[in-house]
Each structure stands twice: as C-alpha cells, then as structure tokens.
Design a protein around this ligand. Structure first.
Ligand SMILES: Nc1ncnc2c1ncn2[C@@H]1O[C@H](COP(=O)(O)OP(=O)(O)O)[C@@H](O)[C@H]1O
Ligand SMILES: [Mg+2]
Length: 143
C-alpha cells in the first residue's frame, strides 16, 4: 500500500520553534472589516489549512503575508523578530511564497518561465539561464 505520510527531517533544535506569528492583524476595506485582530502561529515543519466561508478573509490574510497588502494594525513576527512585509519580493526574500488559486499563467511563456517568473536564475550576462531553470526543476544535469 502506498504511504501518504511524508517523513522529512527537521533539525531537533528547530522543532517546536515558532517560525511565523501573526498578532492581532486587522485589515479594513471600504465598508467591510476583512480581518479583525487575527492571530495565528506556525511552527517549523507544520502544515496548516486555513478554512472559512467566502468572504471570511483568507485571501486578505495571505495577501498580507505575501506582501501584496499592508495590515492596518497588528504585528507579524518571523523567528520572533517583528517584520514589515512591504512587497512580494520582500516576502520571497523572507522565504514566504504564494501560489494563487486563480490561474495566473502567462500563456506565451514556457512552463519553466512561468514557474520561475520574477525569480529566474541569470547567466553572467544577466540573461535568463534556461538551462539552469531546467536543472533546478528536474534536479538533473542537462547537456
Ligand atoms: N480589494 C478589496 N477591496 C474591497 N473589499 C475587499 C477587497 N478584497 C477583499 N475584500 C472584502 O474583504 C472580505 C474578505 O475577502 P477575502 O479575503 O477575499 O475572503 P476569502 O478569501 O476568505 O473569500 C470580503 O468581504 C471581500 O469582499
Ligand atoms: Mg479567497
């Protein structure tokens, strides 16, 4: 029988360490309080599912975490240090990425170009290093 349990190694010293913490994060749009003092904690190695009906604020929360929106109030802490995530690029640098529910593929780009969009490995000439893209995707060597 196939096993659906993923065993991956977590540094014992990292285990149970809080990686990401939201404290009383609020966000208001005109006419609607999308988030009202939301607190949330994520430890190293944990996987969470955020559930809620349409309009509950899930996307707004993810947009705040990924730097697409700024909270009106509250704090975000990474490894106990308070951070301000001012843009998606800053979020990426902090190790936070987002995959959108809505399709946002660029039809005339390759699969590799879509996957690496905005984060492509570059050659010394600052051109997109397509060979390196494939290597990183497949974890293999390309001749
Ligand atoms: N850019 C926006 N401008 C105005 N209202 C918004 C905007 N984004 C979300 N909202 C409102 O905020 C609330 C939460 O929306 P959203 O975060 O998309 O919820 P969910 O993803 O859980 O369905 C909804 O009432 C929605 O209409
Ligand atoms: Mg949503």
């Amino acid at each position: 029988m196939p096993s659906f349990t993923h065993n991956y190694w977590i540094d014992p010293e990292e285990k149970d360490r809080v990686r990401l913490k939201l404290e009383e994060v609020s966000k208001r749009f005109p006419g609607v309080q999308a988030l009202d003092k939301v607190s949330f904690e994520l430890k190293v190695g944990e996987v969470h599912a955020l559930c809620g009906e349409n309009g509950a604020g899930k996307t707004t929360l993810m947009n705040i975490l990924s730097g697409n929106l700024q909270p009106d109030d509250g704090r975000i802490k990474l490894h106990d240090e308070e951070v301000r995530i001012l843009s998606p690029l800053e979020a990426q640098k902090m190790g936070i990425g987002i995959v959108y529910q809505e399709k946002s593929l660029v039809g005339n780009l390759s699969v590799a170009d879509n996957i690496f969009a905005g984060n492509q490995p570059l050659t010394n000439w600052k051109l997109i290093d397509r060979k390196n893209c494939i290597i990183r995707l497949c974890n293999c060597s390309v001749n």
